[in-house]
Write a new protein. Structure first.
Length: 312
């Protein structure tokens, strides 16, 4: 196949997204300032921090390995201008399993939240406990349970010997689960930010109001649309029949959300804007590499179908 047809915008986008995935995880893996963090935390909370950091780091090792495998595979794909179907399925399955293990590593945080709420029964008001559960504990539990379960099932379905319909269905379900969890998680962070900074943090800075609305409303709309797309296309029998444009919309929308919020700090950031929101987004958010997703989402908007990529 001629080179000019092989190097499509979709494939170039895939290369850049995979490279971003690797570079971000490389940086996270070898940023070791977290070591000893628990010793700097007063009271019994230091034990919780210790277990959370250790289990999250174990998960990060698997994600870093997944990023190495993904990047090496994409480079190999470009060098050889193709992959055998069994090999491609094996590689994607391995990356999915390692990624699922990463999310499982966050279960300690969800469990710590449940334990904290349990210990607070009778000492804090029901409304305070409910607010803490919805904005913090629930998102932590869902991200560490629902996402890995969906990814494990998708990896199981991903086999040349199984119907493609199951792969399509669980790919869409996994995407919807991730969209819902991201909405809950980031909405919770914003609720914490508003409690600490007040609503004037939004009214005084239009860029922060836009970030707030893009999270509370934008990610919710994206999650609902993901559910709609999943329901509509989960019965698709083959990749050739799958409409890629709605998937492109979801990927583009999620990527633009990450990109906008990151650029908000780059262009408008300063001590006066620093808050729990940016502490989370820039310091603790392990998915910031997703800001590269528009390079994958845009080509999908103009794709005529997966058949256009077959054989290459």
């Amino acid at each position: 196949m001629p080179d000019q047809k092989f190097y499509s915008p979709l494939k170039i986008g895939l290369l850049i997204v995979t490279l971003s995935y690797f570079l971000f995880n490389f940086h996270s893996m070898f940023t070791l300032s977290w070591i000893g963090e628990w010793a700097r935390t007063p009271g019994s909370f230091n034990t919780t921090i210790f277990y959370e950091d250790i289990t999250a780091t174990v998960g990060l090792v698997f994600r870093f390995a997944a990023s190495i495998i993904a990047l090496a595979s994409v480079f190999f794909y470009f060098a050889r201008k193709g992959f055998s179907k069994p090999k491609a399925y094996f590689i994607v399955r391995l990356v999915l399993v390692f990624e699922a293990i990463y999310w499982l590593g966050l279960l300690t945080s969800g469990g710590a939240g449940v334990l904290s709420l349990w210990r607070s029964l009778g000492h804090r008001s029901a409304m305070t406990l409910l607010n803490s559960f919805v904005t913090s504990t629930l998102p932590a539990l869902l991200e560490s349970i629902l996402i890995p379960v969906a990814l494990f099932i998708l990896a199981y379905k991903l086999s040349p010997n199984r119907p493609t319909k199951g792969v399509i269905k669980w790919s869409l379900i996994s995407g919807t689960v991730i969209a819902v969890v991201f909405w809950l998680l980031n909405t919770g962070i914003w609720m914490l930010t508003i409690r600490q900074k007040g609503t004037e943090y939004l009214t005084a800075y239009p860029q922060m109001m836009l970030s707030f609305l893009s999270t509370i409303i934008g990610l919710l709309v994206l999650a609902i649309y993901s559910g709609y797309v999943t329901k509509k296309y989960s019965g698709t029998e083959s990749l050739q029949e799958l409409n890629l444009k709605p998937i492109g919309v979801i990927i583009l929308g999620l990527g633009l959300w990450f990109l906008w919020n990151y650029l908000t700090w780059i262009f408008f950031g300063g001590n006066y804007l620093w808050s729990e929101w940016f502490a989370w987004l820039l310091g603790h958010n392990m998915d910031l590499w997703l800001l590269s997703l528009p390079l994958l989402g845009l080509p999908l908007l103009f794709a005529n179908g997966v058949h256009g990529e077959n054989g290459s």
